[in-house]
Design a protein around this ligand. Structure first.
Ligand code: HEC
Length: 194
């Protein structure tokens, strides 16, 4: 008898709660109902895609002023052309110290990303070359397809190549950030002397 009553009370409670939820959510068709911590999405700061009367063009997202460099961003303003390559070759200088630690990290990155084609000692005899991929020229003894000896490639020419790739070699810009590219270059310079 008591068990029966308990079940009735429980059933009625569930029905009452469900009805309250349904009725309260039907009040206003545009209402999202109860919001938990609404100031998380209805915040004071305007969203980038919102109207904004503080600016002349009425938009919140503003284009940064010309020449702006984000904090920590390393510029490399040379286009992916032969001229861009030559200009980078004479103007650009890496800004990283050749410490044993940077050199060791450069070696590790080279062995992961470059040695499959260029070979562990940069002779152009990597594993994929053994399987028929066109062999890159040796860093120490080869000739660059863009003119000059590979051993004379400067920071800028190597940085340009890592950033954009050249012919059969793809870009490594998405795998190596600017600091990592500079570390790899330290190691490529070492391979140029072998
Ligand atoms: C998929 C194979 C492959 C990988 C991986 C690869 N390269 Fe190359 N690389 C080549 C080939 C092939 C060439 C020769 C391209 C040409 O000149 O036609 C080349 C050329 C170069 C040159 C000479 C560019 C010039 O100016 O002549 C440099 C420097 C170089 N690679 C650096 C690197 C570095 C550093 C990495 C690693 C981040 C790397 N490569 C990864 C295949 C590769």
């Amino acid at each position: 008898m008591l068990a029966m009553n308990k079940r009735k009370i429980l059933g009625t409670t569930v029905i009452v709660i469900a009805a309250t939820v349904i009725i309260s959510s039907c009040k206003d068709k545009r209402s999202t109902g109860w919001e938990y911590a609404p100031n998380m999405y209805e915040h004071i700061a305007p969203d980038p895609d919102q109207k904004n009367d503080n600016f002349k063009d009425g938009k919140t997202a503003q284009v940064p002023p010309a020449g702006t460099t984000p904090v920590g961003f390393i510029r490399f303003d040379y286009p992916n052309t032969k001229d861009g390559y030559e200009l980078a070759g004479t103007e650009y200088k890496d800004t990283i110290a050749n410490t044993p630690q940077n050199f060791a990290q450069g070696q590790m990155l080279f062995e992961h990303f470059c040695s499959p084609c260029h070979g562990m000692s940069g002779q152009g005899d990597g594993l994929v070359v053994a399987h028929g991929f066109p062999a890159p020229p040796s860093y120490s003894k080869g000739q660059s397809s863009r003119g000059g000896a590979m051993k004379d490639l400067t920071d800028g020419k190597i940085y340009h190549t890592i950033t954009y790739g050249v012919n059969a070699m793809g870009s490594y810009a998405s795998q190596l950030d600017p600091q990592e590219r500079m570390k790899v270059i330290l190691y490529v310079h070492h391979l140029q002397t072998l």
